[in-house]
Structures are given as C-alpha cells and as structure tokens.
Write a new protein. Structure first.
Length: 202
C-alpha cells in the first residue's frame, strides 16, 4: 500500500527513511501471526512525506523477515527515484537488519533469513551502477520522552520510528483482512485458551 508515495516519486536523500516490521495483533501466536512491513520518510521538522506498507506473502510469517522486507522496499523506492550519486540514511529499530546490512551478502547467506536477504542483495548491483550509497543505522524501538530529555534520542527519531511502526501495522492488518481466522483456528486448534490480540512487538 502506498501512503502518499507513488512508484517513481522523488526520494529526497536529505530526509531520513525509517523502517519497521510488525507481527500484527496476534504476534505472540505463531498459528495466527501475520506480518507486515513499512517504510516512512519523515523530515527533521516532523513532517511525514510519504511511505509504503505491505504484508508478507506465503506461510512464513516472522517479524525478522518483515523487517528485512521494509529495507528491500525502501531500496526499491530509492532505485525508482530519479537520483544518482547520492547517499541515503536509513534507520531501523531491528538489530538484525543493521548487522546484516553492515556485515554484507556473504554473512547474510549464512543467516536464518537468507532468502529474504537475497532479495535485498539482488538490488545492490544497480545501486553500485548508479553510485547510490545506503547507510543503515539503529534507532531505538518506542523512544520515550525520558529518552529525548536525556539526549539519547531525538524527537525526529521518535516521530520517524512511530510512523514506520504505524505503516508496518497497517501492512500486517492488510493480511488479516484476507485471513479466515475461524477456519485457521479450527484447523490448528487452541485447546482451552483462545489467543488474545496483543500490542505488536518486535
């Protein structure tokens, strides 16, 4: 889903891009977990420019995979933008995404998310050809006012991460919209303790 973004739109390299993945409202129940991803571009004056969200396809629904897909689709948007010879700064609250991008393709091929990472690294030759640099660094998940007051994080980082989190949640919700929860629970069973929706966590 696009949120103010259309493929081919200009992605300003001066504006941070925030990434996130979500396990949806049933993130704690692997039988029902449906994951989504999102990326958001937010200015230093806290203005949401645009972003994208989507849900994972297939039967493998894990939040780490969703986090990697947020990176993939942010890079795809960058490559669709009419920009060359620039550097983009991306922020993820997922340590695995930051480590994987920093360690490189060889390291990612040995990870338990090798398939998702392969999709990301397939985009790198085009980045190289156009001399586009991607830097991925960590941002704290759910930054508090106390974190900001202490100078550990900024309001910009909190706002950007919150927007990416919201889009990832919408991505997960889009999968739930198409999911037969009753049929799936009947097939898997839940004993005497039906699952309770929870606040999505990573």
């Amino acid at each position: 889903m696009s949120h103010g973004y259309l493929p081919g739109d200009y992605i300003d390299p001066e504006v941070l891009i925030f990434l996130d993945g979500s396990g949806g409202i049933f993130t704690k129940d692997p039988r029902l977990r449906r994951c989504g991803w999102g990326w958001a571009q937010v200015t230093a004056d806290l203005h949401f420019l645009h972003g994208q969200s989507g849900g994972l396809q297939g039967i493998t629904h894990t939040v780490p995979r969703a986090e990697i897909m947020a990176l993939e689709y942010a890079i795809r948007a960058i490559l669709a933008s009419p920009t060359d010879e620039v550097t983009y700064l991306l922020r993820s609250d997922n340590k695995g995404v930051v480590i994987g991008w920093t360690k490189g393709a060889r390291w990612c091929r040995r990870s338990d998310q090798a398939t998702a990472w392969a999709r990301v690294w397939s985009l790198v030759p085009e980045l190289t050809r156009r001399n586009i640099t991607i830097q991925v660094t960590k941002v704290k998940w759910h930054i508090t006012q106390a974190d900001i007051d202490a100078g550990h994080w900024t309001e910009h980082e909190r706002c950007g991460n919150d927007h990416a989190d919201r889009l990832a949640g919408l991505g997960a919700a889009s999968v739930y919209d198409n999911l037969d929860l009753v049929g799936r629970l009947s097939a898997t069973g839940w004993g005497s303790s039906p699952p309770v929706p929870s606040t999505p966590r990573r």
